[in-house]
Ligand binder design. Structure first.
Ligand code: GH3
Ligand code: MG
Ligand code: MG
Ligand code: MG
Length: 313
């Protein structure tokens, strides 16, 4: 979430007291071989509300990037004996890290480096020495731009939940994570029953309200670590990390029980009821993303065939 407190600058205020609010909880990786600078940045960013990690070489940076999901990275170009460019190329070649917001910190105010970095996909370039306030402000601004962009690119405009594109990305990332840290993970594929009837009977805009309410209800039931996305028209998917198929099925069954009991939404005094059919698939070793989705989808179709209004594992 974007912090509402924006930068308040009084013209007569000394620079050291300018308040730049952080995007609380954003995770930042500082890659710099200068120990003093690195720990100063980590400490300052942490006290501004960020989660900040510092590493002194490229191998440690790669390890960190696989362990955690970062929102931004600052990269020192001159690291001995390595060149920051090596990590730069690595980031740009990995599809899951390619768009990670990147600020280059360089010891040299070198025109060629600046142009090269920005052309290769750096989002910003700061020359050492710099004031912490300037870097903090650039980090703030870059995170804000990234958040606005990802809201547009990865959210479904009707329901506000994640879209298919984000879901596909996350599925890839989750499988990568599972390879390193094995744990159960499950997927739910949910399709509203006879949704066409809702549109045909009450109109498309009531259909839209139902979809919004459905997204809201799913979101309400899952944990914050679960990911709800709109897969297509009246189809929703949920990724359940650290969850067995049985556990995911129990949760979806609870949602189904709830919407059987009470209307999904009300509008101008009229209540609307729906049911859905769901298929759950726990991931199995050797199964790729496409196959995993296919298994959940086929299970959902079985639920339809068996009379709808049910959840199958
Ligand atoms: P089943 O139980 O077999 O799933 O039947 P169904 O009617 O739900 O399935 P079908 O796939 O035939 O119909 C889905 C309908 O969802 C058709 C389409 O018009 C409607 N739909 C898709 N996206 C939207 C949307 O954004 N808003 C509204 N109101 N309707 C949508
Ligand atoms: Mg250096
Ligand atoms: Mg459908
Ligand atoms: Mg349907």
């Amino acid at each position: 979430e974007i912090s509402k407190k924006m930068i308040e600058v009084d013209r007569d205020e000394p620079v050291s007291t300018i308040q730049v609010s952080a995007h609380p909880g954003s995770r930042i990786l500082i890659v710099d071989d200068d120990e003093a600078l690195r720990s100063y940045l980590v400490k300052s960013l942490q006290s501004d509300g960020y989660i900040a990690d510092g590493v002194h070489n490229i191998d440690n940076a790669k390890a960190k990037l696989y362990q955690n999901k970062y929102d931004l990275i600052t990269l020192d170009l001159r690291m001995h004996p390595q060149s920051g460019y090596d990590l730069f190329y690595f980031l740009k070649e990995d599809p899951t890290l390619k768009w990670l917001p990147l600020i280059v910190l360089s010891g040299e105010n070198d025109l060629q480096d600046k142009v090269r970095c920005l052309q290769l996909g750096a989002d910003d370039y700061v020359t050492k020495p710099f004031q912490y306030e300037e870097l903090a402000a650039r980090i703030f601004s870059l995170l804000r731009r990234t958040m606005i962009f990802s809201q547009m690119a990865f959210r479904d405009p009707l329901t506000g939940i994640f879209n298919r594109r984000y879901f596909d990305n996350q599925m890839q990332l989750e499988l990568k994570r599972i390879e390193r840290f094995p744990a159960p993970i499950s997927l739910a594929f949910i399709d509203i029953d006879r949704f066409k009837n809702i549109n045909d009977t009450y109109g498309h805009s009531i259909g839209d309200l139902v979809l919004q309410a459905m997204a809201h209800t799913l979101q309400e039931y899952v944990r914050s670590t679960d990911l709800v996305a709109r897969f297509g028209g009246e189809e929703f998917v949920i990724i359940f990390p650290n969850t067995t198929g049985q556990q995911a099925a129990a949760l979806i069954q609870a949602v189904l029980d709830k919407i059987r009991r009470s209307p999904i939404t009300e509008h101008e005094g009229q209540a609307y009821n729906i049911t859905f059919s769901a298929g759950i698939a726990q991931w199995q070793p050797g199964v790729d993303v496409q196959k995993w989705i296919q298994v959940a989808d086929e299970t959902m179709y079985k639920a339809k065939e068996q009379g709808r209004n049910r959840c199958l594992l």
